[in-house]
Design a protein. Sequence first.
Length: 307
Amino acid sequence: MPAKHKLYTMFRDYLQLHFLVLLWGFTAILGRLIHVPSTELVLYRTLLASLGLLFLLYIRKEKIKIDKAGRVKIMLTGGLISVHWILFFEAARVANVSVCLAGMATSSLWTSIIEPLVAKKSIKWYEVILGLVVILGLYIVFHFEFHYIRGLLMAVASALLASIFSIINAKFTFKYNHFTITFYEMVGAFLVTAILIPIYHYVIYQNVGFQSLPNGMDWLYLLILALVCTVYAYSVAVELMKRITAFAVNLTVNLEPVYGILLAVLFFNEHQVMSKEFYAGTLIILIAVLIYPSIKKWDDKRKLVRG
């Protein structure tokens, strides 16, 4: 391949990757725009995503059937996604998009703590330091935006579930096709959400029925959320991972809260209601998240040289 064409392909791939991260950052915006409760939102999203993935698997002629034990485990893991998304969208509504994404930025911290425990490895020194930096950022946000504490706690809990899900999900990828995994996870998420809806509404609204049905624009936003931000984004991400290193992908995905907060400013003028201290605390969290991959790469190289 000519060097010029290779450079163009690399530039196009990285541009696509940043577009995907922008789409993922846009999900919180869509969650605010859709006028149905968070549980129903997740129910429709997972249903539409399941149908979209089923169609994708059909046209790609991918294998759908897997062993029963694997199918059950993947669907139960999908249940984590449903609770993660419900908390995520609820946080954006109880507080706002910026607070929600500030809490979600802690997912890397949770992963750095939980993954070594699951793998029975020692926690690295720089992960402890960066974890303390993230806690400092959260303290600043909590201290100056205490009226958003409920939404921030929901977002942090959502980030915790997201990190647990990513650790479990990584084990499935060694045995099953990526799209097959996601299809069964979306089915599992749909079923768990359907079970949670009457429980959630009875506790919150003293009513076990649906609170509302999507209107015309809601359906449009739901289709974008399910088919563009989920099915399309995931399928393109899998393709890009064949040409872009995992390090580059993870580093770029860490920009999701940045893009999301910028979109929140653009769509909802949230900079007018958030304090300077909120952005200072969020910036501290994001700096810790963004420098983590670089420090990890440096530490891995150092250990490799030592042998």
